[in-house]
Ligand binder design. Structure first.
Ligand code: MUC
Ligand code: MG
Length: 367
């Protein structure tokens, strides 16, 4: 099998409502659909989300990197030589979402070629995974109403609450309101997207001790090295690294130097291959992982559930899989369904997702 065509297709889908968080906001999904075609007529796909406020990648930048740096060595290559492709991509620094997307599309081709779902090729640990929903900035009343809607309509009982605002009392008030409204049995954890200093984060972690929250994600900038270590040592709750660990090496460094005590794995940035290495590293060290969401489209969420449900260590906690519901539309032919608070991993060969061509024609912006 040889790769014959690589297409990076920009498309824009408006969000139903903007998602607001400490490092930025999103009111439309200006993503890139990657399509890799082979000489035996297979098409591997992946969704690539640019997040300039997180990794510096942009829609145009992703397309340029694919067309000018990656396509030249992808064309003619056998997708089964996955490690050759990964090594060649590694010659380009950064560009995590772009590299993750290529890896996912390659796995999609491999799965289709052998007639197996990627979920089963990765190990197929369980058929589905529990879903966690991310609640963006709003008033306490609106945040409670959103969480109640997702719990009542979809059976979701785990929520990641966006925090990181100033004054910190804004977030403390919202968190108390959420715990009071949702009761003691719902999983709550928080993500500050580097919005605070280490000292502010420590103050919030101590003030919220009674709220009983599981994790505090990326509370302050991990580059504030001493502050971050101090926080991890003193915090009454586990500190999760997310955007500070976009690669295996970053995970190793943050865990080794005491910058984090749990890790968010996002297939949107480390694909399946590197995510598997990160998962193994964390499992071996006894470190919790959470399957995170890069504000993924439905297609991006297919990748997350495929990976998250495939391993014991990645399926222990609810995975962040519901952001696609906030997108105005989706490109998948078959919708991903959340029922009883869970999503099933696709079972058809490859990723198990196909693109609706008429929707793609409608939303693509490259004419
Ligand atoms: C998250 O977990 O941080 C917000 C910014 C980003 O890069 O991802 C999202 C969610
Ligand atoms: Mg995060």
């Amino acid at each position: 099998m040889k790769i014959t065509q690589v297409e990076a297709i920009p498309y824009n889908i408006p969000m139903r409502k903007p998602l607001l968080f400490a490092s930025g906001s999103m009111d439309q999904a200006d993503h890139v659909l990657l399509r890799i075609t082979t000489d035996d007529g297979l098409v591997g796909i992946a969704d690539i989300p640019p997040r300039p406020y997180t990794y510096g990648e942009t829609q145009q930048g992703i397309i340029t990197v694919i067309n000018t740096l990656f396509a030249p060595f992808l064309l003619g290559e056998d997708p089964f030589n996955r490690n050759v492709i990964l090594a060649k991509m590694a010659r380009t620094v950064g560009n995590y979402a772009t590299k993750g997307g290529v890896d996912i599309a390659i796995w999609d081709l491999i799965g289709q070629s052998v007639g197996k779902s990627v979920h089963s090729l990765l190990g197929g640990f369980q058929d589905s995974i529990r879903v966690s929903h991310m609640v963006g900035f709003a008033s306490p009343e609106e945040m409670v109403a959103e969480a109640e809607e997702y719990r009542n309509d979809l059976g979701i009982t785990a929520f990641k609450v966006k925090v990181g605002r100033r004054p910190v009392s804004l977030d403390i008030e919202a968190c108390i309101a959420l715990r009071e409204a949702l009761g003691p049995d719902v999983d709550l954890y928080f993500d500050a997207n580097r919005g605070w200093t280490a000292e502010e984060a420590l103050y919030v972690a101590r003030s919220c001790a009674d709220i009983n929250f599981l994790y505090l994600e990326e509370p302050c900038d991990a580059l504030d090295v001493m502050g971050r270590r101090r926080l991890v040592e003193k915090s009454p709750i586990t500190i999760v690294a997310d955007e500070s660990v976009p690669s295996l090496g970053d995970v190793a460094r943050e865990l080794h130097t005491g910058g984090a005590s749990a890790i968010s794995i996002k297939t949107a940035r480390t694909g399946f291959s590197e995510s598997q290495k990160i998962l193994g590293l964390c499992e071996g060290l006894g470190v919790d992982v959470i399957m995170g969401n890069q504000i993924d489209s439905m297609l991006g969420s297919v990748a997350t559930v495929t990976f998250g449900a495939a391993f014991r260590h990645s399926s222990r906690r609810a995975a962040e899989l519901s952001n696609f519901l906030e997108f105005g539309d989706y490109l998948n032919q078959e919708p991903l369904v959340i029922a009883d608070g869970k999503i099933a991993a696709p079972t058809t060969p490859g990723l198990g997702a196909k693109i609706d061509e008429s929707k793609l024609s409608h939303y693509r912006i490259d004419g």
